[in-house]
Design a protein around this ligand. Structure first.
Ligand SMILES: Cc1cc2nc3c(=O)[nH]c(=O)nc-3n(C[C@H](O)[C@H](O)[C@H](O)COP(=O)(O)OP(=O)(O)OC[C@H]3O[C@@H](n4cnc5c(N)ncnc54)[C@H](O)[C@@H]3O)c2cc1C
Length: 415
């Protein structure tokens, strides 16, 4: 049994705590927040093995530049002279190739499928319901151009063994009998699933407490004591703590924390917004993505959550209501009979996606510091990939064979 310190209590830190505690370790989880808000709660909750293409892909930069000039668009990079952002942008550009997508797709698929099977296990084993449903995902499009792109994605998914079905507008409508849908067509991925993320998050914390995991909320890790290539102590704003192994799961803050360890970990926060209609009389049945608007829509019980936008603007918590307006205005285009008004600013949730420049997470040990393991950078897929990541972290600590090859996730690939 080892003494493990996990820095960061988002879904990735919690999943790591879950599998490490199960493996018999003594786990302490430290977080600067009160563990009641953050990127892992208000997201769209989709578990999407269908998402094989990382953010860094051909065509993304051209699309991004077009979107930058529209204040309601789903993507925005705040122009600023910042060395970290410039380096991140350069690495993003270098990785936006077909070759990168081909390699990344294999790694993302494996981690996604591992995670989905672990969600199936968790849904059976955990003593609470977290809204896990396997109803698939509908990708909805309205234009010929998007239809062409999405059909290519479907073809790629099928070639990778991920089932994708091309549907006509009528076939989409048959899957959603309660809500009028206005589309040119859609692609259905029957193997995808979804959860209610805040239900998993809050109940998993309560469960881990009963299992003996120690939580230190409102505790900020500010520095480290390093000697002989090992972390001897974690320095927080409250106390100094010593562990055998340290897991860094600090999401969008990871680049800043890694700097204290003299590690180069390119990371940008990708801010997104969501709002939730608490009770919808005629709800959709299958989580869906409005492709042209880049809006994710997820039914969670009687409620319905809309989420979207990606603003690369540093660790910034301001809410840009213009982009929320962009999400609201997209709804009647796809669901013409659904009346949704602009929510109050206070009702808009935001989260910071931890974005690596190649769209792949950082998972595994570093060579520089022997008792440090990274688990971060999951970008748009943190919910989808968290259980698999947690399992891999526990296997790494135990020195067990890993469930998959993690070479693509090497935390020192940009060192
Ligand atoms: C609008 C939106 C929709 C999304 N939809 C989906 C979806 O449908 N499916 C999907 O798979 N993913 C989705 N995501 C992405 C997903 O939410 C993230 O990838 C995931 O939550 C990241 O989890 P994390 O644990 O890595 O980071 P976080 O949840 O951000 O956790 C990191 C934690 O580290 C703590 N921390 C940081 N620095 C320190 C420090 N110095 N000391 C102590 N603590 C520290 C922070 O307080 C934080 O709690 C969505 C995101 C957004 C914004």
């Amino acid at each position: 049994m080892s003494k493990i310190g996990i820095i960061g209590g988002g879904i990735v830190g919690l999943s790591s705590a879950y599998y490490l505690q199960k493996a018999g370790h003594q786990v302490t989880l430290i977080d600067q927040s009160d563990l009641n808000d953050g990127c892992s709660l208000g997201n769209a909750g989709m578990i999407v093995p269908s998402h094989l293409v990382p953010l860094a892909a051909p065509g993304m930069i051209a699309k991004g530049i077009r979107w930058m000039f529209n204040s309601k668009s789903p993507f925005y990079v705040k122009p600023r002279i910042n060395a970290d952002l410039l380096k991140w942008g350069y690495l993003f550009y270098k990785n936006s190739t077909k070759e990168h997508v081909d390699h990344a797709a294999v790694a993302l698929k494996e981690l996604s499928l591992l995670s989905k099977s672990l969600y199936q296990e968790m849904a059976k084993e955990l003593p609470f319901d977290f809204g896990f449903h396997e109803r698939g995902l509908l990708m909805l499009y309205q234009t010929k151009e998007t239809e062409h792109e999405e059909h290519e994605t479907a073809e790629m998914a099928n070639a990778h063994g991920i089932e994708a079905k091309i549907l006509s507008a009528d076939e989409v409508q048959k899957l959603e009998p309660d809500v009028k849908v206005n589309v040119r067509g859609g692609v259905y991925f029957p193997g995808d699933a979804h959860i209610t993320p805040q239900d998993l998050y809050r109940q998993l914390i309560a469960h881990l407490k009963t299992q003996g995991v120690a939580f230190k909320p409102k505790t900020t890790v500010s520095d480290f004591e390093i000697a002989d290539g090992k972390i001897k102590a974690i320095i927080t704003d409250k106390e100094k703590l010593a562990f055998d192994e340290v897991i860094l799961a600090t999401g969008s803050w990871s680049g800043l924390v890694a700097r204290k360890l003299s590690l180069n970990l390119p990371m940008q926060a990708g801010k997104g917004y969501s709002f939730t209609l608490p009770e919808v009389e005629k709800n959709i049945r299958i989580p869906s993505i409005f492709l042209e608007a880049r809006v994710a829509v997820t039914p969670m019980g009687k409620s319905l959550r809309f989420g979207g936008t990606m603003e690369i603007n540093g660790v910034d918590h301001s809410i840009n209501m213009n982009r929320v307006k962009g999400i609201v205005e997209s709804i009647p285009h796809y669901y013409p009979e659904m009346k949704v008004s602009l929510p109050q600013k206070e009702a808009v949730w935001h989260g910071l996606r931890p974005c690596s420049p190649d769209g792949l997470p950082y998972i595994g040990r570093t060579k520089k510091i022997s008792n440090l393991i990274l688990a971060t950078g999951h970008s748009m897929l943190g919910i989808s990939l968290a259980p698999g990541t947690g399992k891999l972290i526990a296997q790494t600590v135990n020195g067990d064979n890993l469930s998959m090859n993690v070479t693509r996730f090497d935390p020192e690939r940009f060192a």
